[in-house]
Design a binder for this molecule. Structure first.
Ligand code: PAF
Length: 282
């Protein structure tokens, strides 16, 4: 496995491989790998000849009051885990390499980036789409793999690829959960013992809601209320939103149909957790 720190060197490495007809997949990450990230690498490994994992904590997707400074990192551990999963290249640039000054150009998916998480994180998705577009241009992968855990991000990236004609197949990989149901996230590390104990309530509420929908209740408002009620039983939980939305427009729906997404953001103390379930889809 190679670790490459500059755009120039990455291009030098990938150009001949592409010319030899090798297919390339990209897994964009911010590091501090857990089983969720590793599952994306496994999918990439199965889907292409060359697997590139980018590891870059992207400052422009964090607002000044967010956790950029304390975002967890452990490059040596990440390197070892990626190597074990058969990754070929880790692209590990620094901030100057990705945002040489001056930097003026941003990619924005407009309305899609203003709702749900975008309502409380106004610059977040513009930062995500800008860095992902840059990575797409740098790596020029055939395939890129993202996690369903960030449902809004997945929808936004699919829309960006369509709108900007990136010739890239996007694979969205299922959420990987801890044994007690908590969706894996690098931010779970911030939870106190008591918060960690209560956090699986989110998954329990989503599972219970999904059962209710399967039993025939298609009324979004009632399902939303049920989820709120269950999550609120965890005394440390502060709900930011519970929304039932269309899986491409992110518009709120009144009636649930296959593919409708229930998406939630909940604070446990200062830690903001997100989770979602795609309804009636398996
Ligand atoms: O999902 C993430 O970790 C990030 O938002 C991404 C896609 C790597 C862009 O920085």
């Amino acid at each position: 496995m190679e670790i490459i720190r500059t755009v120039k060197n990455l291009r030098k490495e990938l150009t001949p491989l592409r010319e030899f007809g090798k297919t390339i997949s990209l897994v964009p990450t911010m590091g501090y790998f857990h089983e969720g990230h590793l599952s994306l690498m496994d999918i990439a490994r199965k889907s292409s000849d060359i697997v590139v994992v980018s590891l870059f904590v992207n400052p422009i997707q964090f607002s000044p009051n967010e956790d950029l400074e304390r975002y967890p990192h452990d490059f040596e551990r990440d390197e070892q885990l990626a190597e074990e999963r058969g990754v070929d290249i880790i692209f590990y640039p620094d901030v100057k390499e990705m945002y040489p000054e001056p930097f003026y150009t941003y990619v924005s998916t407009e309305e899609l980036s203003r709702v749900l998480c975008g309502a409380s994180r106004p610059i977040h998705f513009r930062g995500v789409t800008t860095i992902v577009a840059k990575l797409f241009n740098i790596v020029q992968p055939d395939i890129a793999v993202f996690g369903q855990k960030d449902a809004q991000q997945a929808i936004i990236i699919k829309q960006m690829v369509k709108d900007l004609n990136f010739p890239i197949k996007i694979i969205i990989a299922p959420i990987i959960r801890e044994k007690d149901g908590l969706a894996m996230s690098s931010r779970n590390k911030y939870l106190s013992t008591e918060e960690r104990k209560q956090a699986p309530t989110i998954c329990k509420a989503l599972t219970r809601a999904h059962e209710e929908v399967r039993l025939g209740n298609k009324n979004a408002k009632e399902i939303e209320d049920l989820i709120r009620e269950i999550i609120s039983r965890a005394c440390l939980a502060q709900i930011e939103y519970v929304e039932i939305v269309d899986d491409s427009t992110l518009d709120k729906v009144e009636q649930i149909k296959p593919g409708t997404i229930v998406t939630v953001a909940v604070f446990f103390g200062k830690t903001r957790l997100i989770d979602n379930v795609i309804l009636l889809k398996e």
